[in-house]
Design a protein around this ligand. Structure first.
Ligand SMILES: NC(=O)c1ccc[n+]([C@@H]2O[C@H](COP(=O)([O-])OP(=O)(O)OC[C@H]3O[C@@H](n4cnc5c(N)ncnc54)[C@H](OP(=O)(O)O)[C@@H]3O)[C@@H](O)[C@H]2O)c1
Length: 229
């Protein structure tokens, strides 16, 4: 039985991931922006977290630290897509996107790191949209929209670099903590839309398998295989 922290379990992939861990007998600490979700479980605790607000991050961290738990696996799953198929960077949207997908996610991770076990795993949910080498192929988002959603793509490319640098730092500090980026596929959620071919439960099953394995640190994964950066 492991202790799992997942951001953004109110819907989509995060909800499916929480349900998968709970069904397999693990303990889940989840978050949502208003601190509420529409399901309950005896092994589930939910905290309020808005990654765009540093005070909300601090409050959530304090509660987790106060609870005295040690985390085995942390999923930075929560994410936001503010672009509306635009092709130009709209600075306000870029700032809002980066606050959630990058800066808030990093702030939260850096503050929680001391509660992660030495053999733990930090899994950053990235996207093929953040891959520099795959902007012209692979899935619908990137192949049909090669220069669309720039703010979202920039945020996911940047979180990949965080995965890489954090992995190297933790290796240097000899902590044994693994850090991974994962692409979940194009998933039928509020963000992915109804045309997406992958169900949240299918994406969650792949991510669950990766998270519980002890993969090479500092890599980008999709369905258990390395994905090009
Ligand atoms: N769906 C896809 O096809 C796809 C593809 C590649 C990557 N991804 C990535 O997979 C992850 C999950 O996506 P999804 O499709 O499940 O999205 P979703 O259905 O839109 O759910 C997003 C989740 O993130 C939370 N969230 C949003 N803004 C937040 C904020 N400011 N602070 C804290 N939590 C916030 C939401 O919480 P509330 O409900 O409380 O608002 C919700 O739980 C994201 O990182 C996304 O970028 C998705």
């Amino acid at each position: 039985m492991k202790i799992i922290l997942i951001t953004g379990i109110s819907r989509g992939i995060g909800k499916a991931l929480a349900e998968k861990y709970l069904a397999e007998g693990h303990i889940v600490i989840g978050t949502s922006i208003n601190g509420k979700i529409d399901f309950e479980h005896e092994n589930l605790t939910v905290y309020k977290l808005d990654l765009s607000k540093p005070r909300s991050i601090l409050k959530c961290i304090k509660k987790i630290i106060k609870s005295g738990i040690k985390i085995d696996i942390m999923h930075n799953n929560a994410g936001a897509l503010f672009d509306d198929e635009e092709t130009h960077v709209i600075v306000d949207k870029l700032q809002r996107t980066l606050m959630v997908n990058l800066i808030g996610t990093i702030d939260f991770t850096e503050q929680i790191i001391k509660t992660i076990r030495d053999d733990g795993h930090i899994v950053n949910t990235s996207s093929s949209a953040g891959s520099l080498t795959e902007t012209d192929m692979k899935d619908a988002l990137t192949s049909h929209f090669p220069f669309h959603y720039p703010a979202y793509k920039i945020s996911k490319a940047a979180i990949n670099m965080y995965t890489r640098t954090l992995a190297m730092r933790l290796e240097h500090e000899k902590t044994g903590v693994t850090v991974s980026s994962v692409h979940p596929g194009w998933v039928k959620t509020d963000m992915g839309g109804n045309d997406a071919p992958v169900l949240p439960s299918e994406a969650a099953a792949d991510i669950y398998k990766l998270a519980l394995s002890k993969p090479e640190t500092g890599q980008f994964w999709f369905k258990g295989q390395k994905y090009p950066w």
